[in-house]
Design a protein around this ligand. Structure first.
Ligand code: DX5
Ligand code: ZN
Length: 222
């Protein structure tokens, strides 16, 4: 299985961002997960396209932009220009999900839809063949460092079944509270992309963030 690791910089040390990103890059990360939060869709405020554009100039990882914002359609061109490779919007609150997905694809970018813990798979049942990725939230959106919600695991298996049934080519990304143990459980349920925030960036056990990424990979390949 081709597993992808996507460190989320939400909990990184922004004073040392260059060092932090270089470390995960050297540790074999595949994606850089960029959490954009506006304080309306979800209860905190993070960063926007300008920050992403600055990082893009120096980082070769796949930019995985997770939009937790109200009316994302207004800002999709800004994130495309900032250098996003994958843009994920939420199923919740976006009445015209099909239109937004195709707006992202019109820029030749990959499109993902995120589902909050309480949102059922049926929200994307008729959209699955149009998507590149489904992001299954394993915490409620807004903050890093929250505990993984195990009740979401059956949803990952259900999604995997739907993808196979519809013969779709869609990645399953999990996001929230992921450590090596949770990554393994999610992989067993069918996930192949793993967002990891605090375990890498707020972990006293690792001076070296590179090593934190490696321990996730080792758990997945065990
Ligand atoms: C939460 C974000 C996550 C978060 C992950 O709203 O979408 O990407 O930063 O961080 P951890 O791994 O600490 O849960
Ligand atoms: Zn995220």
């Amino acid at each position: 299985m081709n597993y992808k690791i996507a460190p989320s910089i939400l909990n990184a040390d922004f004073w040392n961002l260059e060092k932090e990103i270089k470390a995960v890059q050297c540790g074999g990360a595949d994606f850089l997960h960029l959490d954009v939060i506006d304080g309306q869709f979800a209860p905190s405020i993070s960063f926007g396209p300008t920050v992403i554009e600055s990082i893009r100039k120096h980082c070769h990882l796949v930019f995985d932009v997770h939009l937790m914002i109200h009316e994302p359609g207004k800002y999709i061109p800004d994130f495309v220009n900032a250098g996003a490779d994958i843009i994920t919007i939420h199923a919740e609150g976006n009445y015209h999900l099909h239109r937004l997905v195709h707006q992202i694809k019109s820029y030749n970018k990959k499109a993902g839809v995120a589902l909050n813990p309480a949102t059922p798979i049926s929200a994307i049942q008729y959209l699955i063949n149009d998507l590149d990725m489904v992001l299954v939230m394993t915490v409620n959106p807004g903050f890093g460092g929250q505990p993984f919600i195990p009740n979401v695991l059956p949803k990952i298996s259900e999604l995997k079944e739907l993808i196979e049934k519809k013969n779709a080519k869609v990645d399953i990304e999990v996001d929230g509270g992921i450590t090596p143990a949770e990554a393994k459980m999610c992989a067993d349920a069918g996930a192949n992309v793993f967002v990891v925030g605090s375990y890498i960036f707020k972990n006293k056990a690792f001076d070296d963030k590179k090593r934190a990424v490696e321990t996730i990979r080792e758990a997945l390949c065990a």
